[in-house]
Design a protein around this ligand. Structure first.
Ligand code: SF4
Length: 71
């Protein structure tokens, strides 16, 4: 699993920080999302999926390792 964020789309809602605080944080200056970690543990994937699902701007992209588009 790979996770990326598009700061150009982020609207600083903070939903991802509420749902997956181990992985997301907001920039102190502008409130835009930042990834805290780049290594994602599979047992926490539910948090990441929920964060992506609830992001109001669609700024969180999850790519599965077995996704041929990710190769
Ligand atoms: S939930 Fe989406 S819009 Fe809100 S801070 Fe996180 S990435 Fe940005």
């Amino acid at each position: 699993m790979q996770v990326s964020v598009d700061r150009d789309r982020c609207c600083s809602s903070g939903m991802c920080v509420l749902n997956a605080p181990d992985y997301f944080e907001q920039d102190d200056r502008d409130g835009l999302v930042r990834l805290r970690e780049t290594a994602f543990r599979s047992e926490r994937s539910a948090d990441l999926r929920l964060a992506a699902e609830l992001c109001p701007s669609g700024a969180i992209l999850i790519t599965e390792d077995d996704d041929p588009a990710a190769a």
